[in-house]
Design a protein around this ligand. Structure first.
Ligand SMILES: Cc1cc2nc3c(=O)[nH]c(=O)nc-3n(C[C@H](O)[C@H](O)[C@H](O)COP(=O)(O)O)c2cc1C
Length: 216
């Protein structure tokens, strides 16, 4: 599969996991792809916690379900109704969670000339590792779903993540029946994809589109 095909086919997966556990060789290839990502100062400031114990998956799924309810309660009624049918995770169905963490101690914050520390570069590097894994999984016919509805403290306690290491994502990873052609959030009317034309500016930033929302 070409990189463009993988980019076009990649999908955030919630419903299409088969229930089988990802093959160990494939899992290692995905982790190798993630670990080959670019990183600030070549620090590779990420770690990957692979979780396959059904009891741990169930505990995390129950925590996420609670967070989902809290979020749904915070929405105005019409948005709550749109959100209602949307599944936000496949934690147990995928059979594997890969928790990607960021260790700030590995990154010395580069200082700008005015002395402002710019310390987001480490966390951004972690996002690149996640995207590498996601695209590699797509090429392997494996689904990935990013879960962010959780409290860091809960996840850190669950997996014994040190206090000064930040969990960035829980990725549900597993074989799938297929990948949808349209993102779930678009399918269920949560949000249409923002067109490329609205995001590209020539020579200077002009015509900011007004559909800016603070919601997820
Ligand atoms: C930082 C981040 C956090 C996300 N958190 C969640 C989440 O908690 N639950 C979920 O179902 N999808 C989550 N997603 C997936 C997005 O909803 C998804 O990428 C978006 O709807 C576009 O769909 P696509 O990835 O299939 O193109 C997250 C994605 C990103 C990049």
């Amino acid at each position: 599969m070409s990189v463009y095909e993988a980019i076009a086919r990649r999908r955030d997966v919630r419903n299409e996991f088969t229930g089988d556990v990802v093959d160990e060789e494939v899992l290692l290839r995905l982790l190798r792809a993630a670990h080959a990502a670019p990183s600030v100062g070549h620090t590779r400031p990420w770690d990957f916690v692979v979780v396959q114990d059904p009891a741990t998956l169930a505990r995390f799924a129950s925590h996420v379900a609670g967070c989902r309810e809290d979020f749904a309660r915070s929405l105005p009624r019409d948005r709550a109704e749109t959100f209602d049918p949307i599944v936000i995770d496949g934690i147990e169905q995928s059979g594997t969670g890969i928790v990607v963490t960021y260790d700030p101690a590995r990154v010395a914050a580069p200082m700008c000339s005015d002395g402002t520390p710019s310390n987001e570069t480490g966390r951004l590097s972690v996002a690149l590792a996640i995207e590498n894994l996601w695209l590699a999984a797509t090429a392997e016919g494996v689904g990935v779903g990013w879960v962010s509805f959780y409290h860091n403290d809960f996840l850190s306690r669950l997996l014994s993540i040190p206090d000064d290491v930040e969990p960035v994502a829980w990725l549900c990873v597993g074989p799938v029946t297929g990948l949808r052609s349209v993102p779930d959030l678009e399918h269920f009317g949560w949000r249409a994809g923002r067109p490329l034309d609205a995001a590209v500016h020539r020579e200077a930033y002009r015509d900011r589109d007004t559909a800016v929302s603070g919601e997820q």
